[in-house]
Design a protein around this ligand. Structure first.
Ligand SMILES: [Zn+2]
Ligand SMILES: [Zn+2]
Length: 207
């Protein structure tokens, strides 16, 4: 029987409460949450542009940690709440959520991912996807959820500038690209030059 996705409301021919697209998105977001939570810690200190270098009397009091980031990190508790809700709905014993906040978050995301085959048939799936989506979006406004893979490392750039200096920047073959392009000197290294490039790299590394 055709159903409608409880999150994006698209018709779903598989009869699930969460369509394949929404399930893929939810899975990816859950997997990214612990790393984003960790990365947020780096944003807790107030910006260094204000209040620094004024150690003398009468200077401003040290700024407290950023309250908006503390609040954002506290929102991650919702993930544990959802795992408890799933356990409840499945009439399982409550999940064992112990340890510090990051450990609990790892347990909660791993638990939800393990229950995913059941979740996609659960009427609560849409709300779960909505709340995880909101949390992910809020965190992504501060930290990058998915730093792009840099591709394959091709050694050091061998362009020689007019002064005789070798560029030496690390070359990366970006995913899906055929030609290596140096971020530093913008030299393009098509595959036909890689043998020569490798020879120069060996030669200059030995020198
Ligand atoms: Zn959907
Ligand atoms: Zn270069």
């Amino acid at each position: 029987m055709d159903t409608t996705c409880t999150h994006c409301h698209a018709p779903d021919p598989t009869g699930s409460t969460l369509c394949v697209h929404c399930t893929t998105t939810l899975t990816a977001r859950l997997q990214q949450l612990p790393r984003m939570y960790e990365a947020l810690a780096g944003h807790l200190a107030p910006g260094s542009s204000s209040g620094h270098g004024r150690a003398g009397k009468g200077g401003p009091a040290p700024l407290p940690l950023r309250v908006d980031i503390l609040d954002l990190r506290a929102e991650f508790d919702a993930v544990s709440g959802w795992l408890s809700a799933v356990h409840d709905a499945r009439r399982l014993r409550g999940p064992r959520l112990t340890g510090d906040a990051l450990t609990r978050l790892h347990t909660a995301t791993a638990g939800l991912l393990a229950h995913m085959p059941w979740i996609v048939l659960w009427p609560g799936a849409g709300d779960l996807a909505q709340e995880i989506g909101d949390l992910h979006r809020n965190a992504a406004s501060v930290v990058d959820p998915d730093p792009r893979p840099r591709g394959r490392r091709i050694g050091h750039c061998q362009t020689i500038d007019p002064s005789g200096t070798i560029c030496g920047a690390v070359l990366w073959l970006a995913p899906g690209e055929q030609v290596v392009r140096c971020d530093w000197c913008s030299m393009a290294w098509p595959p036909a030059t890689w043998m020569q490039l490798r020879a120069w790299q060996t030669e200059n590394a030995a020198a």
